[in-house]
Every structure is written in C-alpha cells, then in structure tokens.
Design a protein around this ligand. Structure first.
Ligand code: IVH
Length: 703
C-alpha cells in the first residue's frame, strides 16, 4: 500500500495480471481478518481503495478477471429473496414535461403557488436524468448500513450486500458527514461496460442483455452478490432521504456536500434563474447526450432553495418543486400484423396493435396501444400497413402514423367489434354519446359477469399500489382464475386459498409452473398482506374514478373501514346527508360519489366486499402524529389569501392533520377567510362556525 501504484491506464497486460493476482490474495487476507477474526488491519477506506483498484484493472482488462477475483466474491450469504425495507422518507417519482411550454408552465405554477412577485427570481437546478434505477443508501456515523431499491416508493428491497459490491458506492464516507444520512441516486452502467459485458456473455454462450438500464437493474437485484460484484455498476448521487443535520439549505449545496462525502455527482448540473435558462441548459445537455458514456432520458429541474421545496411539497407521489423534461421519444417503422381487443377492468375495449417486432431505442416493441376506434379511424390504419411507432420512456408505445405508399394490395380494414370478445358476447355500449363527453369509449356492459373484467379486477387488486402480493402477478392471477382445483374468482378467494382446503398448498406445488418454494412463498406473501392500510383497501376495490388520491382522501375523511363502508352504503341508498358530507370533501365530486353509489348499489359487489372484509384486517387511517392544534379538524379556506396560495394553504392544513373541505357544513370546525369571502362566510355565521383571518391562522398553527 505504501508505494504509489502506476495509473490503471498505464499498466501493461503483464503488469495487470501480476497486480490482479496480488490484489486477490491481499483482499482475501483482509476479508479473513475482518470476517473470521473480526480484527481488520486496514481502514475501510483503504480496503475500498484496494477493491476499487482491482475492479478498475478488471474493467480495462476484462479477459484477465480471475476465478478467485474479489469482485466475484463479497462474502455475504446468498438469500432466498430480498427483505422489504420501509423508506423513512418516501422515494418519489417525477412529473414529466414534454415541451418548452410545459417547462414554462411548471415555473409559472411554482411562482403562483408561492405567490411570488413578478420580479422575484426562483433559482432552479438543471441536471441530466440518468436512465438507471434509483437506490437509497443509509449511512450511520459515516458507514453504509443499508441499501434499498425504490420499490413502490414506500417500501423497497434490501440490497445492502449488493450495494457494497458496487465500487462506486463508498462503504465509509469521507469529509464530515452528518450522523445519519440517506443518500439517494441512480445506479447505472456505462455503454462501454455494457458492451464489454455482453461480449463476455456471448463468448461464454450466456444470455446477452437488451440495454444498460435493464442490465444495471438485473445486476443489482442478483441474489448472489458475487454476481453484482462482477458487474461494473456505477452510481450518481443526486438526492437524499433522512438526514440528521442538513449540511446545506440548497439543492446545489447538498449535492456539493455529497461530492465531499465521496460520491460521484453529475458535472452537467447547473443553477439557472429563469425558465429560459433552464431550457438553454436542456439544449446543452441534449447536445452532449450523444457523447456521454451513459444513457440519459431527459433533464431534471429542481427548485434550489430547500425551504421553498418544503413549502411546495407534493402532489400524490411527485414533488411540486421538480419535473423531468423528457427528450423526444424514439421512433421506428414496422408492420401492423393485426389488432386485438383488450377488455379493461372497467369494461373499456381497447384496440392493441400487434406489430412485427422492432427495436425502438434499444427495446424490442411488439405491441402498441391504439386507444379507441376513433384513433384507428384518425390514423387511417389498415392491417398489413407499415406504421411509425414511438416509445417514450416506460410509456406504452404508440402508433404515430401510416406510410401509405407502402400499403400492400391485400391490406385489410379493421372492424371494431360490436360485441365484447368475452364469453357473454354482451353488446358493446358507447358511452356518453351526445353529451360531448367520452363518446369514444366502448364498454362491455357485462361488469362482474364478464370474465375479462373479473380478471382485470383481480389483477388490479393485487397490484403494487393495492394489496401488492409478491408472486401474484398477471400470469398467476390468470392461472388461479382458470384453475378448477384452486379457483380464485373474487378478491376474498385469495385469502381463503390456504384454509379452504388443507391440501391446497400441496396441490399448488404440483401444478405446472409452481414448485415447493414458490408455492410456500406465495402463501406466506398472502398472509403478510392480510393487514392492509385503509387507503390501499379502498383503492384495491378498483371502483371507477376512485384512484389512489381519491382513496387517500376518503380514508383520511372516514378514518376506518366501517365508517367508510357505512358512508358508501348510505350514498348507494340515496341518503342525502351522507352524500352532502361526502360532497363536502375536497376533490370529491359527483363522478366519484355516483361511482361509489353504483358500485355499492350492486348486490354482487356488496357481497364481494363483505366476504373480503371478513378475511382481512383493514387498519385505521394513519392519524397524523403531529401535535398540532388543528389535528382532526375540518377547515374551509375562503376569500383571497395573501401569504400563500389556496393550494399551499390546503397542503399546509393537511400536513398538520386537518381535513380541508370545499364547503361549510355542520361538520366544519374552522373557516379561514380572506378579503372577498362571501356566501361561505355567511353560512359559517349561520351555523356558528369559528371564523379567523389568514394572520390568525398562521398564529394558531405557529408557522
Ligand atoms: S430526483 C423527488 N434527479 O427519475 C425527486 N431523479 O421519475 C427525486 N432520476 O425515481 C428524484 N436522474 O430514479 C432525480 N437527476 C435526477 C435523476 C432522477 C434519474 C430518476 C429517479 C426517479 C425517477 C423519477
């Protein structure tokens, strides 16, 4: 360690071979001292440096990687599957912008929300959006203690052993880090490493990979961390989760601190003072894209001032203070071989294009959505046509247009079916004709009698944001739905699989595609999900117009399953007061209430829900722990506010555990009124509800 070593770039092959041999022995000896004797003789940083050097040499001379290379061995036990880790601070996703106008709107939205003066600058950062997978690394007292993938944003997979095998990720931080810091960023693979890996795979007669991102994801999620160690993964740090003491009060300052702690940060990040400056940086990065050694798929803009970020908060799962400006989608041409009709959860019939497989931006595309009959007509597309397809990120590929000169003589026009392709062959209804609304959607009216809709309902029920049952994906749902021995026709059946028949586990093990481990794991996963959060339970029912956000609002408002259930049954029974109360909830209007009434008005659904509720344990909605003076209160904001926008006021009240309603009723506890308040103020006076002004509001909540 004492003598300075030559740069990796300057090594000859013979020197490299020699050094790799030396490093293999040296690192093995340190591993032994550390693991077996618990008596290391070098610091973690020195140890990391040895491994990093070993990997750098291997990356330059991939043919020299030794059987006993430390990069193939990290000494962690092989686990059956990854444990789940709950993120202390959720890992969010980003909203997208696709055009300059979207970016201009984004900045304007921020200014409006913060009620900034026209000439007040908002400093923002612009940086590349790395096309990899995000990872959260927790350091305590400067040491890496755990690493988790994003998962659904709330809960990820524990990949600590694998993260330790990534040389770009320090095991020990440099500088002066806070006691606890969760560093977040993107794991990725460079083009050169991706091609070299594929070459090695090919030479070894092994499977090759589609693109660097999938390879990086696959490499990080290896159960055997020695495989991860042999893959040259890299990591850019750009965000954080829990931090015991913030080293800076700006986004750019935080990233500079991450740099000091020993992380790779992206040097294309720039601070900008206007939408124009952001767009200029976008063009710079777009231009640099072709020469960058790694994949990027856009530019991320973030508000620099962390106090402003805090005020802006989130909408659903994305922050208001950041956006991803995506690069234009990639395009290709191919042949339309046919059009299939898919029946969705709500019975909507969607035509799906079956394409001659084509690679678009590194991914093989075989299907594209055609949305509806009008879209087919608009495109003028016929089966057999050559079409242009585009793929943007993870979005389902789309057909952009037809190359008419290439139309073959035997091209066939597509006739939209007039009956559902399900066994019932119900007449397809066209919705909302004459209302100027959704006339384009054609629906199967079979509802719960239509097997397609039932399967889709079940798929939704177990999906990631609903019950999230591990090992119960689309394929498995279809299997259970059709299996005569282990039938699952409704959500409740999932939870009775184990107890319906003591032999069911044995039966499942013997089914094709299942084995002892996968069957046992599935039964365990089902048990683990018997307890469910109220908002997930409501969302999982798959009621039309009740998405995640609405489910959350309902859960917060009613607090427990019986209360929500009673309210839903009451609106189904046309109980005027129940309807009025629901209507008073912010963001809940007629479409949601009608849909709930329709759902709970159906005997079949009531029975399904009851059977399900008997099997599961729906937890009460999370009560805000905040000890604020407005917890549990129902508040109405009215009139114009000076110090914050209406949206900010609402978000603030909700953060403090209050419910925000759109109208004043007997249930209202407090009205915050600004100048110009009218009828709501009058109603509050009539009902004797307390009314305060904006300043008093700030005083009350201590902000
Ligand atoms: S910031 C709260 N910055 O994009 C925002 N994300 O669609 C946290 N990503 O899950 C994310 N490069 O995996 C941020 N420079 C960057 C990024 C980036 C890539 C990914 C990240 C995230 C996804 C959001």
């Amino acid at each position: 360690m004492s003598k300075a070593k030559p740069a990796v770039d300057a090594l000859t092959e013979a020197q490299a071979r020699n050094e790799l041999e030396g490093l293999a022995h040296e690192i093995a000896e340190h591993d032994r001292r550390y693991h077996a004797e618990d008596a290391p003789t070098i610091s973690d940083a020195e140890y990391d440096a040895l491994r990093r050097r070993n990997l750098a040499i291997e990356q330059r001379f991939p043919d020299l990687v030794r059987e006993d290379s430390p990069s193939r061995r990290v000494g962690a036990p092989v686990s059956e599957k990854f444990d789940k880790v709950r993120h202390k601070v959720p890992m969010l996703s980003l909203d997208n912008a696709f055009s300059d106008d979207d970016v201009i709107d984004f900045v304007a939205r921020i200014r409006r929300y913060l009620k900034l003066d026209a000439d007040a600058p908002v400093v923002m950062t612009a940086e590349p959006k790395i096309d990899g997978l995000s990872l959260s690394l927790r350091y305590e007292n400067g040491r890496l203690v755990s690493a988790a993938t994003r998962g659904d944003g709330q809960e990820g997979e524990n990949v600590t052993a694998n993260a330790r095998a990534v040389t770009d990720i320090p095991n020990v931080l440099s500088g002066n880090p806070p006691e606890v810091i969760e560093v977040r960023g993107e794991v990725y693979m460079t083009h050169a490493d991706f091609f070299a890996l594929n070459k090695r795979q090919e030479e070894a007669g092994k499977q090759t990979y589609v693109n660097p991102r999938n390879t990086a994801a696959g490499s990080l999620r290896q159960l055997d961390s020695s495989v991860t160690a042999a893959r040259p993964l890299k990591f850019f740090a750009y965000a954080w989760g829990e931090v015991s003491e913030m080293p800076s009060d700006t986004q750019s300052g935080m990233v500079a601190a991450l740099d000091e702690y020993g992380f790779r940060i992206n040097d294309l990040m720039k601070r900008c003072e206007s939408a124009e400056a952001l767009l200029a940086q976008y063009r710079q990065i777009e231009e640099a894209r072709a020469t960058l050694p790694y994949d990027i798929d856009g530019v991320v803009y973030k508000v620099d001032d962390l106090a402003l970020q805090q005020r802006l908060g989130f909408v659903s799962r994305s922050p208001r203070w950041a956006i991803a400006h995506k690069f234009p989608a990639e395009k290709a041409t191919t042949i339309l071989n046919g059009i299939d009709i898919q029946v969705g959860r709500t019975g909507a019939l969607t035509p799906v294009a079956r394409l001659e497989p084509v690679t678009v931006g590194g991914v093989v595309v075989t299907n594209a959505t055609l949305h509806n009959a009008e879209e087919i007509e608009r495109l003028g597309v016929m089966i057999g046509d050559t079409v242009t397809v585009q793929r943007a990120g993870d979005v389902i590929p789309q057909i952009l247009g037809v190359i008419e000169e290439k139309r073959p003589a035997d091209a066939k026009a597509f006739e939209f079916p007039t009956v559902c392709p399900c066994a019932l062959k119900t007449t397809v209804v066209r919705e909302g004709i004459g209302t100027g609304g959704e006339g384009v959607v054609r629906r199967c009216s079979g509802e719960f009698a239509c097997p397609f809709q039932r399967v889709e309902h079940l798929r939704h029920f177990v999906s990631r944001r609903a019950f999230d049952i591990d090992g119960l994906g689309d394929k498995q749902i279809e299997f259970f739905f059709n299996d005569p021995d282990l039938p699952v026709k409704a959500p409740g059946d999932i939870f009775t699989l184990a107890k319906r028949d003591a032999d069911n586990l044995k039966k499942l093990k013997d089914k094709e595609g299942w084995g002892a481990t996968s069957a046992a794991n599935l039964f365990d996963a089902i048990e683990a999900r018997r307890a469910i959060a109220l908002e997930r339970g409501i969302y999982a029912l798959g009621i039309r117009h009740v998405g995640e956000q609405t489910a959350k609002t309902l859960a917060r408002a009613y607090g427990s399953w019986p209360e929500f259930h009673d309210a839903a049954l009451a609106v189904a029974n046309e109980d005027g007061q129940a309807r009025e109360e629901m209507d008073a909830l912010d963001d809940i209007g007629d479409a949601v209430i009608d849909s709930l009434a329709h759902y709970f008005g159906e005997a079949h659904n009531r029975e399904l829900v009851e059977r399900l509720a008997g099997e599961i344990d729906v937890q009460e909605a999370e009560r805000p722990t905040a000890d604020s003076p407005v917890v549990g209160k129902t508040i109405v904001f009215t009139g114009s506010l000076d110090r914050m926008s209406r949206d900010e006021a609402k978000a603030m009240a909700e953060r403090l555990g209050a419910k925000v309603a759109g109208s004043v009723s007997k249930k209202t506890d407090l009205v915050v009124a600004g100048p110009g308040a009218g009828s709501k103020l009058k109603k509050a006076a009539e009902l004797g509800v307390e009314v305060i002004d904006e300043d008093a509001w700030f005083e009350r909540v201590g902000a």
